[in-house]
Each structure stands twice: as structure tokens, then as C-alpha cells.
Write a protein that binds this ligand. Structure first.
Ligand SMILES: CSC[C@H]1O[C@H](OP(=O)(O)O)[C@H](O)[C@@H]1O
Length: 366
């Protein structure tokens, strides 16, 4: 049963309270800070599917904690019914198909099953603890990249959907960069795409930017290209749900259009995501499964039907941005430069491949 509990606004998006998962209900923000106590795998699956818990890293962490819940619930006289836990893990992994972080985190948690429920929980909470360091490193690296590509000070930024601490466990990804640049006094204004149909931008990103005292305005998604044409955008920063080996990026629906407009106006288009978002088993984005959601999310809002009663709706939750429209993909480990390399390689007549600046791997820190 999802049991709302009252906790302070600073509550982390996800925690383990000794017997269940505490999750900020992102459907209720910004009007209400409601925290759910998830006590069963069904509770966790429903929370992920309904976007009470959302954001690629956050749903991965929820999935891992869900495996721990299952391992404890399927233990009798000290013996764990591993088949039952693996069946639960499969349900958790498939709760939403596009974000690779979910399957990756569930697989990492289930990998500790043989050592017992405590080991599974330890792996899940280790991922929670790692999140701040992993995304913090990506944020630091991305700040450097943005500062090197954007001469104007203070800068004007645009972002899509929500990629802050609500979408992760602590720091956020693209929004983490924006908030850090804001802390340094380097942000004139952030344009926040409202991000139809569920308004992750207008509801969640605006809420996080307000809490961080970073100046922002919300805009309808279709205003973003006009803002770029008006010179109101120096850099676009977005997150990711799955990144293919060549740098094609699946992200919230609307991202592809932003990338096209940014390319038209010569505006840097920067993706920030942890290494766990990469799916290098996929050669390119054509193999990424795009989640199709309930048409009612488009034909109504807050319970008010906004279309004719018999209207259908096309409601993909994500789209795929080709690598050659992306300036850089930044993780805790590397800066991946697909567009620049693609342009050079095409100019030289060879098939496009992406290059990386693996400074971190050669021991150079951000
Ligand atoms: C760091 S969050 C990554 C990603 O997840 C969001 O999707 P959703 O709100 O449907 O979970 C959005 O695509 C963000 O960019």
C-alpha cells in the first residue's frame, strides 16, 4: 500500500527506511511535498509506471531497492525463494522500457542475491550513495565544457524536462550543471521548457530552480526555437534515458526538435548523463525502445478533458536525437564529442565515428 508520510521538503527523492522505500511523490509537486512509503514490489512497479518516481537514475535506484524488498519478502526460515525474487526483478526491469538505468540497476542488485537479502540491500544502498559522487563528477566536467563553449557572461541556458535531484538521488545531471553554474553567479536566466504532457519542467525543474534561487522563466515547448532565434539561449542542457554506442540519445519527447533548432542557430547542445545511461550493446539509436504512454495524458490535464471526447493521441514519452546534432555527451568518466567528429569524418569521406576525451581515464581529473 502506498502510504503517504509527512517529511520535510529537503527529503531525498529516494531512501530506504529499514523496511520500505521512501519516495517523494513527484506527481504531487510543486503543490505538495508528499512522500510515499513503498512496502511491496507492486508498490515500486506502480510508482515507476505512474511517474511518482521518475528520471532515469531515480527509477534505476528504485528498481534496485525493489529487488531488496523482494529478497526480504521471499525469505522463509532463512531461505530465499530465488525464483520468486528473479520474477520480481523481471517485473521491476520492465516497468518502463526506455531508460537503460532501470535494467542496469536491477541487474546489479540481483547479482548479489546468492549472498542473501542484506547483500542485495547493501548493493542498492551503495548505488544510492554513489549517485552523488558519480553525478557530481559529471556535473563538474560539464560545467567546464559549457564554460569553454559559451563566451557570454552571465549565460542564458535552456533545459527540457527535469534532470535535477528529483530525477536522481542527490545531485542531478543537466539541471545539476545549471544549478552549479547559478551558484557561481554565471547564469543570467534559464528558460525551462514546460515539457508536455506531464509538465516535468514547469512543475519540477521550476521548483528545483526556485529552491536554488536560480533565475528562470517557464516557456511552452514550442517557444524554444523562437527563443534561440531571438538570442535568448547560449546553450541547451538536457539529460538522457539511453545512449547508444555511436552517441544517439533517447531523451524526453521534444529533445530531438530542440537539437534541430540548436543546430540551426549554432547553439551548443550538451547532454549530461552518468555512464550507467550508456547502452553500448546498441550500435545506434534505431534499436532503442520508445515508451508509448496513455493517450489520456495528452487529451486531458488535471482531470479536465481538453479534446473532443473521441480524440486519439500520439504520446511517445521519448525521442531519439542523432549523434551528429549533439555537441557533447558528458559523464563522470568522459566527454564524448559526436557532432564535431562526425563533421570531420564526413568531410574526410570516412564513415562517421565518435571520439572521446577520456581525460578521466588517463588520470586527468575534472
Ligand atoms: C536525469 S533524468 C533523465 C531523463 O528522464 C526523464 O524522463 P521521465 O520524466 O519520463 O522519467 C527525462 O527524459 C530526463 O531527461
Amino acid at each position: 500500500m502506498n502510504v503517504p508520510v509527512d517529511v520535510p521538503v529537503e527529503q531525498p527523492s529516494l531512501t530506504w527506511d529499514g523496511g520500505g522505500v521512501l519516495a517523494v511523490d513527484q506527481r504531487a509537486l510543486p503543490g505538495e511535498t508528499r512522500v510515499l512509503r513503498l512496502e511491496t514490489v507492486d508498490d515500486v512497479v506502480e510508482a515507476i509506471r505512474s511517474l511518482a518516481i521518475r528520471g532515469a537514475p531515480a527509477i534505476g535506484l528504485a528498481g534496485a531497492l525493489g529487488v531488496a524488498l523482494s529478497a526480504y519478502r521471499h525469505r522463509l526460515d532463512g531461505v530465499v525463494d530465488e525464483a520468486a525474487v528473479r520474477a520480481d526483478a523481471a517485473r521491476l526491469s520492465s516497468a518502463r522500457p526506455t531508460a537503460v538505468n532501470l535494467a542496469w540497476a536491477v541487474k546489479r542488485a540481483i547479482g548479489r542475491l546468492a549472498a542473501g537479502p542484506d547483500a542485495v540491500l547493501a548493493e542498492a544502498t551503495a548505488m544510492l550513495d554513489e549517485d552523488a559522487a558519480v553525478n557530481g563528477a559529471a556535473v563538474a566536467r560539464a560545467c567546464e565544457l559549457v564554460l569553454s563553449r559559451v563566451p557570454r557572461r552571465p549565460m542564458r541556458l535552456l533545459t527540457h524536462c527535469n534532470t535535477g535531484r528529483l530525477a536522481t538521488a542527490a545531485v542531478g545531471t543537466a539541471l545539476g550543471v545549471i544549478i552549479e553554474l547559478g551558484r557561481r553567479g554565471l547564469v543570467h536566466e534559464v528558460l525551462v521548457d514546460e515539457t508536455r504532457p506531464l509538465l516535468q519542467g514547469a512543475r519540477l525543474t521550476a521548483w528545483e530552480l526556485g529552491q536554488a534561487s536560480v533565475p528562470y522563466r517557464v516557456c511552452v515547448d514550442s517557444a524554444a526555437p523562437a527563443a534561440m532565434a531571438q538570442g535568448l539561449v547560449d546553450c541547451v542542457l538536457v539529460g538522457a534515458d539511453r545512449i547508444a554506442a555511436n552517441g544517439d540519445v533517447a531523451n524526453k519527447i521534444g529533445t530531438y526538435g530542440l537539437a534541430i533548432a540548436a543546430a540551426r542557430h549554432g547553439i551548443p547542445f550538451v547532454v549530461v548523463a552518468p555512464e550507467s545511461t550508456w547502452d553500448r550493446a546498441l550500435a545506434d539509436g534505431s534499436g532503442i525502445v520508445i515508451e508509448e504512454r496513455d493517450p489520456a495524458e495528452v487529451t486531458a490535464f488535471a482531470g479536465v478533458v481538453t479534446t473532443p471526447a473521441d480524440a486519439g493521441a500520439y504520446n511517445p514519452a521519448f525521442d531519439v536525437t542523432p549523434a551528429d546534432l549533439i555537441t557533447a555527451i558528458v559523464s563522470e568518466d568522459q566527454v564524448f564529442l559526436p557532432a564535431a567528429v562526425q563533421a570531420v569524418q564526413v568531410a574526410q569521406g570516412s564513415p562517421p565515428q565518435a571520439a572521446t576525451d577520456r581525460g578521466a581515464r588517463s588520470g586527468v581529473t575534472a
